[in-house]
Design a protein around this ligand. Structure first.
Ligand code: MN
Length: 459
């Protein structure tokens, strides 16, 4: 019998503040190296840290939304270790008394939530044969969220991370852009015995693949009675391999000590109440609301609530057209095909999409021709009506001409006509398709079917 894997995630997200956690330096992803630095984040002698209230505010939003128990007094700790991107020789984090503990997301229990500062960044590709250091990131506020090891499959871990990311984006706590490093995930994995830790998973797919690889590795060791060592492993997404980085540190090695330059962080109940009252609707509620209000299928409501911007966009189109089904299908099929679901700007604005849907509803445009109008709208600022006029896409309504085409189609397909007459009703769709094509998709399919039926039966 193979034991069930136990997977825990440790997630770091960059809090969406204007300035760093303990000083007034601006947080900017694209700034020139070492331009947003000061004595505090460089750890120069005599520099004193001060806590950024905005960062604590964002951390509290997340902790409240996760249903955590908030601690009215938490403390900051120095985690001592040496690394070139950490000139202070320690990271200020929360260890013994974190901001919050407990809580859950989608029934996965959360162990703790705390704030800490980021380190600098080593750049290996700037100088030939040498490593450069950019300290702009040092002191940037991070939120660390640790789950209990209660995830059991790689797919479940991935799904949890997707929901957590969605939640934090809804809350405005973090951009959670993995490719920019504002969401980083580590995982611990065990088969019931010693856990190992995996670092360096830079995508959802990477997380899933790395977990599969580590579970398989531990199962193979167990099969030959070899022990699992408490190691820290790095995932290489290109080769699909895990590499041992180091034997996992014991907590003693970090020589945790209370940060002497910062007083305990105290929360006022009134402030917590105000933050809780100001929370936006959360993703699960928003999906449920879309499903209920507009009669959407659960999976469609899930897609359309991927971001607040997307849900708002959908609701605006519905408000303008009164047609939730058309809005949902146009957005999921066409709009999302041209944009990332989490973008705040879509290929065409809600009023423009609503105009297009309105033309179809009023019979002024066939749904087939509408697809090409949509593509044109994405490339220009022209309205749907302007494109219909300039491309001559208005519905084809000449029944006499259609009847002539129908005759032609039957005449040039005698074998198919014989099958139709022999009772093969399905073949009619073949004729209808031909007729629609002759009208360049401008004919109403129902009308085309009626004319085709009439013509075929008259022969
Ligand atoms: Mn951390």
């Amino acid at each position: 019998m193979t034991p069930t894997p136990l997977i825990g995630l440790e997630i770091h997200v960059q809090l969406k503040t204007h300035t760093k956690l303990f000083c007034g330096d601006v947080v900017a992803f694209d700034a020139a190296p070492n331009t947003n630095i000061c004595p505090v984040c460089l750890g120069l002698p005599g520099a004193l840290p001060m806590v950024n209230r905005a960062a604590i505010e964002l951390a509290l939003r997340a902790a409240i939304a996760l249903g955590c128990e908030l601690h009215m007094a938490s403390s900051f700790t120095r985690k001592n270790y040496f690394y070139p991107d950490l000139p202070k020789g320690y990271q200020i984090t929360q260890y013994e008394a974190p901001l919050a503990t407990g809580g859950s997301l989608d029934d996965i229990p959360i162990r703790r939530v705390h704030v800490e500062e980021d380190a600098g960044k080593l750049l290996h590709d700037r100088l030939a044969g040498r490593t450069a250091i950019d300290m702009n990131r040092a002191g940037v506020p991070l939120l660390e969220i640790v789950t209990e090891p209660d995830l059991h499959t790689p797919a479940q871990a991935r799904a949890f991370l997707v929901q957590l990311k969605r939640l934090l984006q809804y809350l405005g706590v973090s951009d959670c852009e993995m490719q920019k490093g504002s969401l980083r995930v580590d995982a611990n994995v065990s088969l019931g015995g010693t856990p190992t830790e995996i670092k360096n998973m830079n995508s959802f797919a990477g997380l899933e693949r790395a977990l599969h690889a580590e579970i398989a590795r531990q199962q193979a060791l167990a099969a030959v009675n070899r022990p699992i060592i408490a190691e820290t492993l790095a995932w290489n997404d290109v080769t699909g391999e895990l590499r041992v980085l180091r034997i996992k540190e014991q907590r003693e090695q970090y020589r945790y000590m209370v940060e002497p330059d910062l007083p305990p962080l105290r929360l006022e109940p009134a402030r917590i109440d105000a933050i809780a009252a100001g929370l936006p609707m959360l993703p699960r509620q928003r999906a449920a609301q879309l499903k209920q209000h507009y009669g959407l299928r659960a999976q469609d409501a899930d897609v359309l609530s991927a971001s607040r911007a997307l849900a708002d966009y959908f609701e605006e189109v519905v408000a303008l057209t009164g047609d939730a089904r058309a809005a949902a299908s146009w957005i999921m099929r066409d709009v999302l095909a041209t944009a990332n679901a989490l973008q705040t700007e879509f290929a065409i604005s809600a009023p423009r999409l609503a105009e297009l849907i309105g033309l179809i509803a009023r019979g002024e445009l066939s749904s087939v021709a509408a697809r090409s109008v949509f593509r044109r709208m994405c490339e220009s600022d022209a309205t749907a009506a302007q494109i219909v006029a300039s491309e001559q896409l208005a519905p084809f309504d000449d029944s006499a001409q259609a009847a002539v085409w129908a005759e032609e189609i039957l005449r040039s397909h005698p074998r198919e006509l014989a099958r139709y007459r022999a009772g093969e009703a399905r073949i009619l769709e073949f004729f209808v398709g031909k007729l629609l094509r002759m009208s360049n998709g401008r004919m109403d399919p129902r009308k085309a079917r009626a004319i085709m039926t009439r013509t075929a039966q008259a022969r």
